[in-house]
Design a protein around this ligand. Structure first.
Ligand code: FAD
Length: 403
């Protein structure tokens, strides 16, 4: 019924096996707030890192859809593992595989297949949703660029090796546009000028560090600049096209967490007795479970559609990715909350997984485009017009149209 090929069903089974091990350590990862390196090695052994890396660079060359199957299974057990699978298949890796030079692709493929989860550095303290207002600068010097600025909420800061840094490029005082610059940390050593300034304490997904990273005269040679078609002038748009893959991945983690919580709720409703009957027999409980199952299927359908919209060398469709992420993020918040509700006080206890799942689900309506900003993106596409967000945006648009 799910239309998977034999290979895809096998891949999902392989992910399910690894997910059982992921489930066994998820509570400890949450409690200790340690990055789950043993699970990374397990995922690597099982061939679940770098699934989307083309064969010519040493990967199996699978699709975003295949990766989504794996991400859902891992996330249902351990959302941190699910996020590692996203970033080792999509995001910065996708951008390098699409736009990178052969050397950059070889470098990124080697790192990811070796267990790295690349970091993508866009957000700044004063430039969140308004990402193009970033003030991190890359200034041309000799055969390279010198980067200065601050990024925060960088997932994997302090554990990731490959970094894709977004910065506004300047040459002889001229603003060229936003570009992508690649930097590699060697093991635990930061290159001069890249400072992991602090870890930001977060509500959920506690095994995944979120960091503030400072760039202080960080030198990047020309060979490490990512050149999408159209150069710096169109760089931001093209790099954000690659980000549509990351959005599908994030939506899939949200779906996985919700699916895991739903299974917990279904199981508990069958074995918890009150008034001399399993609570599953109460209509109020049954309807909650029914709504959960409907919303999960709807979110999965949108995610699969978005993941399948990616061509062999391309990224998922922008509208489909935004729609999928909005629905999956909302669904994850609702389903995890209702699953906790069905567990009663036991759901509220830190001895059981549901309170962790509620916390883990919360970020997907914020990170990688908030629920509000993505709705505006969807509105732009269904209306077929730009919806400027600055106060003078419509006036400037009208002036440009008037010629
Ligand atoms: P703001 O932009 O300040 O928004 C605040 C509120 O205003 C939100 O509710 C928002 O929806 C609303 N708002 C803002 N503008 C509009 C508008 N035009 N219309 C309607 N509502 C609006 N960034 C990275 O670069 N790399 C990462 O790896 C990364 N990982 C993250 C991981 C986590 C767990 C989190 C929480 C964030 C991460 N981020 C990362 C940052 C994330 O992308 C930003 O938090 C997000 O873009 C929103 O920016 P902000 O938090 O500054 O919120």
């Amino acid at each position: 019924m799910d239309g998977l090929t034999t290979e895809q069903a096998r891949l999902r089974d392989r992910a399910r096996e690894v997910a059982q091990e992921a489930a066994a350590q998820a509570a400890a990862t949450d409690r200790t707030e340690q990055y789950p390196w043993p699970m990374v090695r397990r995922m690597q052994e099982a061939g679940l890192m770098g699934l989307t890396i083309p064969r010519e660079w040493g990967g199996p060359g699978l699709s975003y859809f295949d990766a989504a199957l794996v991400i859902e299974e891992l996330s249902a057990a351990c959302a941190v593992c699910g996020r590692i699978a996203v970033e080792s298949n999509m995001g910065a890796l996708g951008a390098v595989m699409a736009y990178g030079s052969p050397e950059q692709r070889r470098l990124a493929a080697g790192l990811v297949l070796g267990g790295d989860k690349p970091a993508i550095c866009i957000t700044e303290p004063e430039a969140g949703s308004a990402a193009t207002e970033m003030t991190t600068r890359a200034v041309r010097r000799g055969d390279g660029w010198v980067i200065d600025g601050v990024k925060h909420w960088i997932t994997g800061g302090g554990v990731s090796r490959l970094h894709l840094i977004f910065a506004r490029a300047f040459e002889e005082g001229r603003d060229l546009g936003i570009g992508g610059f690649l930097v590699v940390r060697e093991g635990e050593r930061d290159p001069p000028g890249l400072v992991i300034h602090r870890r930001i304490p977060s509500m959920g997904l506690k095994g995944m560090p979120e960091a503030e990273i400072r760039f202080e005269g960080l030198v990047v040679p020309d060979a490490m600049v990512l050149h999408p078609p159209g150069g710096f002038a169109r760089g931001f748009g093209r790099l954000m096209d690659a980000y549509n893959g990351q959005r599908v991945g994030a939506a899939t983690v949200a779906l996985g967490i919700a699916a895991g919580a739903y299974r917990q709720a279904l199981d508990y409703a069958g074995r918890r007795h009150q008034f001399g009957r399993p609570i599953a027999e109460f209509q109020g409980v049954g309807w909650m479970l029914a709504d959960m199952s409907i919303k999960l299927e709807a979110a999965r359908a949108l995610i699969w559609r978005a993941a399948r919209s990616a061509g062999p060398a391309g990224f998922p469709d922008r509208l489909a990715a935004a729609q999928a992420k909005v629905l999956a993020a909302d669904t994850a918040i609702e389903v995890t909350n209702n699953a906790l509700q069905l567990w009663g006080a036991a759901g509220y206890s830190r001895e059981n997984p549901l309170e962790r799942m509620v916390r883990d689900a919360r970020m997907f309506a914020i990170a990688g485009g908030t629920a509000q900003v993505l709705r505006t993106q969807v509105a732009e596409q269904v209306l077929g017009r730009k919806l400027p967000q600055t106060r003078d945006g419509f006036l400037r648009q009208a002036a440009a149209e008037a010629g």
